[in-house]
Design a protein around this ligand. Structure first.
Ligand code: PLP
Length: 413
């Protein structure tokens, strides 16, 4: 039987959470959808790499090179285990979700999308799952279409059915969890429709992988992207997973060292997978730091992570819904949303609200959250956003509520 996990104990692993910020107030970090804080285990792993093992990888035969290569490659195995991926050669280390999606657009997209084809995305995508497809469809004379969002922040999936029925859809690019509304996409339904229509699916897992159990074999998609920094890992590391049959057909993204087998004056042959897609010296230290983040989350268990966030989010939604004039976006059904709450408070500008809240030590996000298409749909220029993770507590939610009440007093609401 697993012993109960203590959030207080988790917090001890995160040195930054002890910080005092403005007015010597205790930091309350509620900007986890932007990036998560790092446990000491991750910080130590990076420091240990530079202190004891620093070397380039995949080349030299000396001891340090072997140690560095081994540690880097072990991370790939851990990613495979974390997401239930069968073949480690399908895992490509990139800089983050943005680079992963661009890689697919520039390689598979350029090879496969033609004039008149359709790429379908959604109104709640991050810009990184919109702009690469705009660039591609504009270059190819193809069309970009959007699945709409209803007033509860859920996708209107019947629109997907309509697009698929045209027979022109080449790819559906969709996030598994919205970074603004927190909505969890019904991937089983999306996959059922796309499989029937024999259409490829790319999933943006930037917000889902850090917060819930994700099984790639179960989802059955073709491309999957996420970032390490939102799941306790360092910035500058992400993963692109691609089904091997597709990866084998895809042309390289970047040319350079490590991605080649032989280079002659006028021709080159490619290295085996996944190295064909990892040109140049990669972000070795941070990939090794990511390994420690995967260990940390695996030790907690993703069921704990999800359940803890449900508890905190439910508590926050209850408290926030009692504040007059506060509009919360997204579904009230906690089983369909992650630990993200976007809101607007009367006519206080989100930046002003975030500044007042920051005076109390509470870090939230304000702005368009790299989701301007969604802002247009919601008919707002911006929202405020509180987002939670494994180390947040109900007491911290209470501090947020108090700071919102202070804003109400200041604005005489
Ligand atoms: N997709 C979603 C849903 C996100 O929330 C983010 C980051 O906020 C991204 C993509 C982009 O991730 P990155 O900036 O790490 O490339």
């Amino acid at each position: 039987m697993q012993t109960a996990i203590s959030v207080e104990k988790i917090r001890e692993d995160f040195p930054i959470l002890k910080r005092k910020v403005r007015n010597n107030k205790q930091l309350v970090y509620l900007d986890n959808a932007a990036t998560a804080q790092k446990p000491i285990q991750v910080i130590n792993a990076i420091s240990d790499f530079y202190t004891n093992h620093n070397s380039n990888i995949h080349r030299a035969v000396h001891a340090l090179a072997e140690e560095a290569t081994e540690a880097y490659e072990v991370t790939r195995d851990k990613v495979a285990q974390f997401l239930n991926i069968k073949d480690r050669r399908e895992i490509i280390f990139v800089r983050g979700t943005t680079e992963a999606i661009n890689l697919v657009a520039y390689t598979w997209g350029r090879q496969n999308v033609k004039q008149g084809d359709i790429i379908v995305t959604t109104e709640y995508e991050h810009h990184s799952n919109i702009v690469p497809w705009q660039l591609l469809t504009q270059e190819k004379g193809a069309k970009l279409e959007y699945i709409g969002v209803n007033d509860d922040g859920e996708l209107l999936l019947d629109q997907l059915e309509t697009y698929l029925a045209t027979g022109k859809v080449k790819l559906v690019a969709i996030s598994q969890m919205s970074n603004v509304l927190g909505t969890i996409t019904d991937m089983a339904e999306v996959m059922r429709m796309c499989k029937k229509a024999e259409v490829k699916v790319l999933v943006d897992g930037a917000q889902s992988v850090p917060h819930m159990k994700v099984d790639l074999q179960q989802i059955g998609c073709d491309f999957f992207a996420f970032s390490a920094h939102k799941m306790l890992g360092p910035t500058g590391v992400g993963v692109l997973w691609v089904r091997k049959e597709l990866l084998e057909q895809m042309t390289p993204f970047h040319g350079g060292g490590d991605m080649i087998r032989e280079v002659h004056k006028y021709e080159t042959t490619w290295n085996d997978l996944p190295y064909k897609f990892e040109a140049g010296t990669p972000n070795i230290a941070d990939v090794i730091g990511f390994s420690a983040a995967l260990d940390y989350l695996s030790n907690l268990g993703m069921d704990f992570v999800r359940n803890h966030e449900i508890e905190i989010t439910k508590y926050a939604l209850e408290k926030m819904s009692t504040i007059k004039g506060l509009k919360i976006y997204g579904t009230k059904d906690i089983s369909k949303r992650g630990g993200v709450i976007s809101f607007n408070f009367a006519d206080i500008h989100p930046h002003d609200l975030a500044t007042i809240i920051d005076e109390e030590g509470v870090a939230i996000r304000s702005g368009h959250h790299c989701a301007q298409v969604l802002m247009e749909r919601l008919d707002v220029a911006a929202t405020s956003r509180a987002s939670f993770y494994i180390y947040n507590t109900k007491e911290e939610v209470d501090v947020l509520i108090k700071s919102l009440e202070k804003a109400a007093r200041l604005f005489k609401l």
